[in-house]
Design a protein around this ligand. Structure first.
Ligand code: FAD
Ligand code: UDP
Length: 367
């Protein structure tokens, strides 16, 4: 008999498993995939750690979380500075003085501010109702049309006028020559890839891979006093309040016989007509000097039940469905803990997943 059965060997499940074990609890972790790590899993190909489920860059401003992850790995000095390719022309991201120079030839912050004001002034008294209105108000039509519209519409599979404004607020706008994609104080890639972290968290813990909780739900539940569930919350409740929607992705990995394909880890393709959103060249996350290289094209895809659920779609309709499941979850709290990107149906980055898992641990163990 276990104290906890943890469904999901991703980051959320691994943090909980590690912390519970540290407190003398007996835990078992299961995952339906044949590997640990969930979406942060890396596979070594040609000596390169390939981020199998999309590029993952760790970043946070929370010193506690930064210190926390250092128990499990050393982080390198990688700084994410993606480049956008639009019709063969390259622009630095996020939107900064380098981007504006390429776009308009402007050389000073004053000139840039004037240029943006020209394109946004008439919108300053409006409250954006969707992503398009938000982007036009924030940065104007040139940047919107070249760097945002096509990428966003293919990423989300719907018009920017049907998307919530908050998605675009994730992207910084800077009046300095700073290509760092994140505003956070701390950033890096774990040396040896993300598996190093998960392996260390799960060291010595009972683990079973390739098993789906729902196939033998009763038998799994009977093995533990409590379940920690990090899968899809609507599936847990047998979709009784309706199905939550997700955005899917398809990854095309390729080994190339060159040591350097694109000179950067991340190149976004912002035109609507290019079917993928970005090409990742994994070796650059760890400054690799292998003879070959591995690249991944990331294709956004419609999601249907049974596909891997990558991005929750936190629009009004889905959030309303989630609220019903959250109520159900609350009433089960003595028996089941829900946590993670899928169980909380939130667009968490890794640092937020760890923060959330530690919050759950503190609530559970009374610290
Ligand atoms: P998951 O990793 O999804 O793990 C859940 C696990 O539960 C999975 O392994 C799944 O197989 C298992 N499971 C589900 N249902 C069952 C079941 N019924 N039975 C058994 N097992 C089950 N974050 C960043 O900080 N930086 C980034 O650059 C970044 N980039 C990202 C890029 C992409 C394309 C995506 C999709 C996400 C990105 N993230 C990034 C977010 C990051 O992936 C998540 O924060 C993190 O992986 C979530 O961990 P989790 O354990 O909550 O969920
Ligand atoms: N985005 C864009 N152009 C880009 C990169 C991002 O318009 O070149 C928009 C897009 O709408 C995306 C959002 O900004 O969904 C957030 O981007 P981020 O890179 O944070 O997305 P994620 O890491 O979640 O894939």
């Amino acid at each position: 008999m276990y104290d906890y059965l943890i469904v999901g060997a991703g980051l959320s499940g691994a943090v909980f498993a590690y912390e519970a074990t540290k407190r003398g609890k007996k835990v078992k972790v299961i995952d339906k995939r044949d590997h640990i790590g969930g979406n942060i899993y890396c596979e070594s190909i040609e000596g390169i750690n390939v981020h199998k489920y999309g590029a993952h860059i760790f970043h946070t401003s929370n010193k506690r979380i930064w210190d926390y992850v250092h128990q499990f790995a050393t982080f390198n000095h990688y700084v994410n500075a993606p480049v956008a390719n639009y019709q063969g022309k390259l622009y630095n991201l996020p939107f900064n003085m380098n981007t504006f120079y390429t776009m308009w030839g402007t050389t000073t912050p004053q000139e840039v501010k004037e240029k943006i004001a020209e394109q946004t002034q008439h919108l300053q008294d409006t409250e954006p109702r969707n992503l398009e209105e938000q982007a036009l108000k924030l940065i104007g039509k040139d940047v919107y049309e070249i760097l945002i519209k096509g990428y966003t519409e293919k990423q989300w599979g719907r018009s920017a006028t049907e998307l919530p404004p908050f998605i675009i607020k994730r992207l910084p706008v800077r009046f300095t020559f700073d290509n760092n994609y994140f505003n956070d104080c701390y950033q890096g890639i774990p040396e040896g890839g993300y598996n190093v972290i998960i392996k260390k968290m799960l060291e010595g813990i009972d683990l079973e891979l390739g098993v789906d909780f729902f196939e033998e739900r009763g038998a799994w539940e009977a093995q533990a006093n409590k379940v920690v569930f990090t899968g899809m919350i609507d599936q847990y409740f047998d979709y009784k309040h309706g199905e939550l929607d997700y955005r899917g992705l398809r990854f095309e990995h390729e080994v190339l016989d060159t040591d350097n394909f694109q000179g950067n880890a991340v190149v976004n393709y912002t035109e609507r007509s290019v079917p993928y959103t970005r090409i990742i060249e994994h070796k650059h996350f760890e400054f690799g000097n292998q003879e070959k290289t591995v690249v991944t094209k990331e294709y956004p895809a419609d999601w249907k039940k049974g596909d891997e659920p990558y991005y929750p779609i936190n629009d009004v309709a889905n959030n309303a469905i989630f609220a019903n499941y959250a109520k159900e979850a609350e009433s089960l709290k003595d028996k089941v803990i829900f946590c993670g990107r899928l169980a909380d149906y939130k667009y968490y980055d890794m640092h937020l997943v760890i923060e959330r898992a530690l919050e759950v641990v503190e609530a559970e163990f009374g610290e």
